[in-house]
Design a protein around this ligand. Structure first.
Ligand code: AMP
Ligand code: TRP
Length: 327
């Protein structure tokens, strides 16, 4: 079975963009791949974070991932900070990456890369991400559109390392969905939906109850043209709604557009489809709350399984660069 690995930051509620862009593929992949999924708590340290909340957020992210449908019997779910191999490999890769290529990362530039006071960890963030992936010999990485550039960097680092020190890493590929790879904010449809949205109405959490979903979709920004067409450049709000409906129901957004003449009807069906899709997630989430120890057990066994794979791969990389074997 081929390997997949992916990661998510423990930085707040998991939203519809995470779910449709990446996490639904995580669930699908666990059946026919050897799947490793990582809650990237070390990455969370690269931005503003609250130390008193971090541990709780990691547990909460794990609970939501189980609610979404990750099955600890079928996949390995773990916290990045529990597997010391990640930052250790990141150092070897920092000594492989160049300032120039990291400076070109758009996510770094968007998050304030020009400023003198920006954290070094924000700059080296994509190198730690490369380590996350390369430690598991992952062939595929299910992610949303915004991670393509980080995956390209990972591929370049793997190639360069292999070329310089001998064949060590599997070169991974991103797997990005054809629909909803970039879910847009409902209030500002030219920006991607994110955990740090300026408006609470802009983002739908996978745990939102149906009334909340209905309210947010009803208030979603469209335009004044009042004709339903799939045209992301000219009609970002309406196209986002069509893409959400398409992604939830498996239909093509342009074909769906032909079935509606009023925004209100489209919104009603979008809200219904999303509520239906997320209903089992909410139900499982409340069931999981009844057994708080379960999540801790899953993360403990996940860390042990992850270490068993990551340890030998790190050993391979350390020996390739010529470090003295540890006594
Ligand atoms: P993050 O929350 O940034 O850790 O992202 C976790 C996963 O969700 C990554 O694979 C992202 O590419 C994906 N993702 C985040 N936001 C969106 C979005 N608005 N649309 C589609 N995918 C997204
Ligand atoms: N950078 C990713 C994001 O913000 C999270 C991430 C960290 C990741 N390590 C990873 C994604 C490894 C895929 C594989 O969404």
């Amino acid at each position: 079975m081929s390997r997949v690995l992916s990661g998510i930051q423990p930085s707040g509620d998991i939203h519809l963009g995470n779910y449709l862009g990446a996490l639904r593929a995580w669930v699908d992949n666990q059946r026919d791949h050897e799947a490793f999924y990582c809650i990237v708590d070390l990455h969370a340290l690269s931005g503003g974070f609250d130390p008193s909340m971090l541990a709780q957020r990691t547990v909460e992210a794990a609970r939501s991932l189980l609610a979404i449908g990750l099955d600890p019997e079928l996949c390995t779910l773990f916290a990045q900070s529990h597997v010391g191999e990640h930052p250790r490999l990141a150092w070897l890769l920092e000594c492989t990456a160049t300032m120039g290529e990291l400076r070109r990362m758009t996510q770094f530039k968007d998050k304030g890369g020009e400023s003198e006071s920006v954290r070094v960890g924000l700059f080296t963030y994509p190198v730690l991400q490369a380590a996350d992936i390369l430690l598991y010999d992952a062939e595929q990485v299910p992610v949303g559109e915004d991670q393509r550039q980080h995956l390209e960097l990972t591929r370049n680092l793997a190639h360069r390392f292999n070329h310089r020190y001998g064949e060590t890493f599997v070169v991974p590929e991103p797997v990005v969905p054809t629909l909803a790879a970039r879910v847009m904010d409902l209030q500002e449809p030219t920006r991607k939906m994110s955990k740090s949205s300026s408006s609470a109405l802009g983002t739908i959490s996978v745990l939102d109850p149906p009334e909340e979903i209905e309210r947010k979709i009803r208030k979603a920004v469209t335009d004044t043209e009042a004709s339903v067409r799939y045209d992301p450049a000219a009609k970002p709000g309406v196209s986002n709604l069509l893409e959400l409906l398409g992604s939830a129901t498996g239909a093509d957004p342009a074909t769906l557009a032909g079935q509606y003449s009023r925004y209100g009807d489209l919104k009603r069906d979008v809200a219904e489809a999303l509520a239906e899709m997320l209903r089992p997630v909410r139900e499982r989430h409340s069931d999981l709350a009844k057994d708080p120890e379960l999540v801790m057990r899953v993360l403990a066994s996940g860390a042990a399984r992850a270490r068993a794979v990551a340890g030998p791969v790190l050993g391979r990389a350390m020996s390739a660069v010529g470090l003295l074997p540890a006594p």
